[in-house]
Design a protein around this ligand. Structure first.
Ligand code: EPU
Length: 334
């Protein structure tokens, strides 16, 4: 079998090779494949926007391309929308705006596919997908059986879920159902940069369309387009530290950017930590961090997956030495 390049299948634009890339566009095709593929080892690929290939992939890759957006139930106030895992997340958001369905407007312009969104509980500008998920349906890799996970069973947390932990590579999401509002939308403008943007633009009572348009423009001004500079969004999670550790760090670095969590822990801006280790001025083997968002590692040329990985580990080591905080990767590293 001829190897294929994965360059166009990952937003880092890394030229790793795949031995066996299989496109699947229905649940039935996935089950058929699982029944034949007795070895169980396989890689599930969605939009490829949160993955870093550090070497060629020997096992079969299932590229999930299940389409379809369908209203499965509604009343005067709410609507249940079922979406195929292979739909584009951003196109789904705009479809919701056109139909005046509220709930995911703050999550506009996040690259990637619908099926990947719950895996890392995508979040931005004050909302997370867990706020609107009704359930996630899919197939177990070991035996092809189907299960629908209720929202509680998904065990959502900050940038994580059961699908990123216990069920990593063991369950293929084929379909998700969202519960969205048709009126009295729950407008969320708590996030400081969104709130400031709306004030500056004289928007006092934003509609869901205003929110989506504003977030789209804010993101565009701060985040690199992966078609220009290969990247996978935030490379690390924002670390969460105890009040005790926070007090120590704050006394040494009073200007540190932090957010107090409800349970008295502190979330620290990883972007600030990375920027303050000087990484905006460091470039190695076509890898650096983005000038406007240090949490985003970018491929400025034909960087190899290994080079990007090595750069990320250098960041991790430097941040640990300077601030005694261990960053945790948000991107899936293979
Ligand atoms: N900051 C810096 N240096 C920078 C960039 C930011 O010091 O280079 C500081 C600024 O003070 C800024 C603060 O960090 O006010 C927060 O920055 P930002 O609003 O960009 O948010 P973030 O915490 O860095 C998170 C998500 C993003 C999401 C934004 C907006 C994570 C890991 N990242 O970034 O998600 O778009 O909030 O809600 O939680 C992603 O997951 O791929 C992603 C892009």
């Amino acid at each position: 079998m001829k190897k294929v390049s994965l360059k166009n299948y990952n937003s880092f634009s890394v030229d790793a090779k795949a031995k066996n890339l299989i496109h699947v566009s229905s649940e039935r095709e996935i089950i058929n494949f699982i029944e034949k593929n007795k070895k169980n080892e396989l890689l599930i690929l969605g939009g490829g926007t949160n993955i870093l290939f550090t070497s060629d992939i020997e096992c079969p890759i299932l590229k999930i391309e299940i389409k379809g957006i369908e209203i499965i139930n509604e009343d005067d106030n709410e609507v249940l929308v079922s979406v195929g895992a292979g739909e584009s997340w951003d196109e789904l958001v705009w479809w919701c705006i056109e139909n005046n369905f509220g709930g995911i407007e703050n999550l506009v312009s996040i690259p990637g596919n619908v099926g990947s969104a719950p895996i890392q509980n995508i979040g931005a500008y004050g909302k997370e997908i867990k706020d609107v998920i009704e359930n996630c349906k899919g197939v177990f890799v070991n035996n092809g059986s189907i299960k629908i996970f209720s929202k509680d069973e998904c065990k959502f947390s900050y940038r994580s879920s059961i699908f990123k932990e216990e069920l990593k590579n063991k369950f293929i999401i084929t379909n998700i159902t969202l519960r969205l509002t048709k009126k009295n939308h729950n407008i969320n403008i708590e996030y400081a940069s969104l709130n400031n943007y709306l004030i500056e633009n004289g928007i006092s009572k934003p509609s869901i369309k205003n929110i989506a348009e504003s977030v789209h423009l804010i993101r565009k001004s701060k985040l690199p387009n992966y078609r220009e500079f290969g990247n996978a969004g935030s490379f690390f999670k924002n670390p969460i530290i105890s009040k005790k550790q926070f007090k120590q760090i704050k006394s040494l670095f009073p200007e540190i950017v932090s957010f107090k969590n409800k349970n008295s822990d502190y979330k620290i801006s990883a972007a600030w930590l990375i920027e303050n280790c000087g990484f905006k001025n460091i470039k190695e083997k076509n890898v650096t961090v983005y000038k406007d968002q240090a949490l985003v590692i970018i491929n400025t040329g034909n960087a190899k997956g290994k080079d990007i990985y090595n750069f990320s580990q250098k960041i991790k080591k430097t941040v640990k030495e300077k601030f005694d905080i261990l960053l945790q990767e948000e991107v899936n590293i293979l």
